[in-house]
Design a binder for this molecule. Sequence first.
Ligand code: NAD
Ligand code: TYD
Length: 339
Amino acid sequence: MTNVLVTGGAGFIGSNFVRWAHNAHPDWQITTLDKLTYAGRMENLAAVMDSPRHRFVHGDIADAAVAGPLVRESELVVHFAAETHVDRSIQSAADFITTDVIGTFVLLEAARQAPNLKRFIQISTDEVYGSVPTGASRETDELRPRNPYSASKAGADRLAYSYWATYNVPAIITRASNNYGPNQFPEKVIPLFVTNAIDNIPVPLYGDGLNVRDWLHVDDHCRGIDVVIDSGTNGEVYNIGGGNEVTNVDLTHRILELAGRPSTLIRKVADRQGHDRRYALDTSKLRGLGWAPQVGFEQGLAATVDWYRQNETWWRPIKEQDQAYRTYYQAQYGTRAGA
Ligand code: NAD
Ligand code: TYD
């Protein structure tokens, strides 16, 4: 058996990865370490909770007493745990520094003392490149993060690299584009707009709606990480992008159409501060290892809308009963004047 530590495995991508890897790798003994912040949900791990090949540990990656022993017993670490929402980082950046930067540092320090560690996968993001008006970011491009979230992730990304260059920690960095799919917390644009549309309430589109994101289905992200674990080279960076560049306004129209709602639900609101205009990735390096996205955007988006339709018991309690969510929503949208 291979001892695998997945941090942040109760969140959106982490839980999809744990479920996917549990099926794909019967020889993996998976430990999920998660602090269960607002974004971490035990329900996301229901499918593996009874498995003898999965163990859940409730804890903070920045707590060396908890995280250290788990890293030291692992052969593979896949590090997803992070504060992840740009809008929240603009409201308050402190947790982003503590978790994304210091938490990653704590894991890397433990990784220096892990006798059997073969890979430490640092899950980074295309947002570290900053806004790219034209062309597509390559792994060798300069990092120009422009908001507290992407700056924290850039810090973690380069820390992981430095631990490889300095101490030979077997780190690999992946930089994925915007993910979508099941179990994404309803604060990011797709699950927020889908669930608002299901409820027939307005969807708040920032600014002129012409910002571009490259959408990657979470299953394609999982497969990309797996290829990197298998065939990547330590110390290297791999972009993982879906190749689906869509403006926010186009995305919003598609969601409303799939939900059977009129475009009059679109509410143009004040723009995000420092809003990155466009992200785009050159993925030829990972494609060179045999990976290619398999989920078409139309098909993936339709399946995602269906998932939210069929899993109201997952998101409705968050949106309707969770006081912390209500407080966040009010702070973010309550006073947002029309653009
Ligand atoms: P998420 O917010 O849904 O989940 C984050 C998880 O990390 C939660 O389960 C949370 O409880 C846990 N966590 C937070 N702080 C922790 C701490 N201190 N200790 C232990 N656990 C902690 O995030 P996501 O969208 O699934 O993103 C996962 C990773 O992928 C992040 O590193 C993110 O930067 C990266 N990423 C995300 C996207 C995207 O589109 N969502 C794209 C590229 C990269
Ligand atoms: P988001 O899902 O927060 O991801 P990120 O900022 O990490 O790319 O936002 C995706 C895009 O959608 C981004 O350009 C901001 C925009 N957006 C809105 O227009 N309205 C919203 O309510 C949200 C949450 C995002």
